[in-house]
Ligand binder design. Sequence first.
Ligand code: ZN
Length: 660
Amino acid sequence: MQPRLRAVPPKVFALVSVLAAAALVAAAAPAPELPPPAAATFTPDKPLSERVVAYQIEARLDTEKKTLEATEVLTYRNRTGRPLDLFPFHLYLNAFQPQSTFMREVRQGSPDFQWKEKYRGSIEVTRLEVVGQGDLTGKMEFIQPDDGNPDDRTVFQVRLPRPVPPGAEVQFKIAFRAQLPEVLARTGTKRNFFLVGQWFPKVGVWWRGAWNCHQFHRNTEFFADFGTYDVKVTLPQGTVVGATGVEVSRQPNPDGTQTLTFRAEDVHDFAWTADPNFRVVEDSFAGGLGPVKIRLLMQPGHLSQAPRYLQALQGTLRLYDRWFGPYPYTQITVVDPPHGGFGAGGMEYPMFITGGTTWWMPAGLLFPELATEHEFGHQYWYGMVATNEFEDAWLDEGINAYVETKVMAELYGEETSAVNLWGMTASDTRVSRLQYRAVPDTDPMTRSAYEFMSGGAYGTVTYAKTATVLHTLEGLVGEETLRRALQTYFQRYRFTHPTEEDFLRTVEEVSGQDLGWFFDQAVRGTHVLDYQVRLLRSDRADWHEENPPEEKKGETLFRSVVVVHRKGDFIFPVEVEVKFDNGETVRERWDGRDRWVRFRYEKKARVVSAEIDPDHKVWLDTNLFNDSRTRESNRRATRKLAQYWLFLTQFLAQWLAWLA
Ligand SMILES: [Zn+2]
């Protein structure tokens, strides 16, 4: 369901990718010119995170040329326990160049994609000084740790003349200028709209005993250390600005510009947006740790849909607060990108997300709601539980996709959580399963995101398969237990960089079950789960008699056989429900280790049907049509209906993609 016109896989991979919304009426007012600054209420007594980094950035945006001139002071605290003399930095905006690894991957995944100069972005460090060690601008060198592409300039490293001792701080003073691309993915401009993400030199993460600083890729994104951000942005007056963190001051300048200052604490990235057309809609949520200010920046033509964003966000905040723990920041900003700025939609940054809609979006297509839920969910799975998205993308995208299905079902109904239009309904959970079925066996979930067979395989496995795996796990350990495991995982690892082992161990610990056999196949393997009822038969026990008496219900003895076949290589214990024509039902359990099993019965009744997984807990089964068999089968009708339905939803998604 990847839209054809898009060069880059949508951040929200499901139906959601497609776009954004319509309906209802909003009570919103245009942003007043230079209101008094909001109070800086964001200083917890004890920092939430270890605060490895502190960034102070001053940037001036030229809205005509779409360029930035900036200075950055980065204070890095060496908490690695060893002396450090080598520091890698991301320069992500250089990805938007025809020879970059990102652009090669885009072209590879979308051979129709045409390069245009408007897509060019760049960032150049004009000076790099290390306090006490002098000007090291000449010592910077580009490196390509992932693919050796010498034309990729998205990572550089610099070696210091003297190492930084463990426990000490080092300060980098950097000057840089940047050209923002027309938005293609995650960052950029569209007319007067600016989404400024991935825009400053950002140091890598010392993780598991080494630097981790990947190049910018098509499929995957970010990994950075927690800390504080003090960011000053200078741009024309009359422009509405939103950002990670909270606004602490706003100054008009004599030259017609204004300077806004933002402060963010215990986050690992900083993004901002600017557009003179934004209409500001404000609301608040009464969270477990106090009020959370909601700031919605709407396109004027989408204003009537503000209530849809707000309802989804409020509901998501409430359920996350209840299920996993409170949202600890005082603000969340939601950005509604303009028409044609679709690449800016469905993105997550700390305390700052982008949604997406269109003026005509019918209420029964829940794209804006799905995008809002999904991107807010990333505040937990990425924002706070800051896993390595390059290497373990399933831990944020996949866990987030699973929770998305749970939240959407709770808020909008189990069977209507994605589409509820013109008598058609679609559940977010089922949509995930259908997507997973398309590419179930190419790559393990644990593969580094930039090494998947294709963008489609990455999206399918990381989002849809993970959601489906977690739904199946829910069937194994129970919904409540899995929720408790996620809560424990969140509370234990928030503001750190856990690994997949940390997650899997937590699930085993909370459930009290040894789940290695499941994780080996579902998470680390590419096993395909498919069970079928192969045979269903009843024979009269007296079949050999020359003149058998007439068959009499309740008196004639039958020998019945049910054969269940494990067609895939995924071994999973299943239940089989066998029904007889006297109303009797038998539940069998099979460990699935052999390729097939035969159940025999001798009863004064014929077998009527057999169904694998009668409680519908094994979401990973790739073919549900062969899961049951009835003596007088009505399977054909069911199948036809299901395929018609699948066609309709896919058609709808494609259609929306073209219009977007
Ligand atoms: Zn996501």
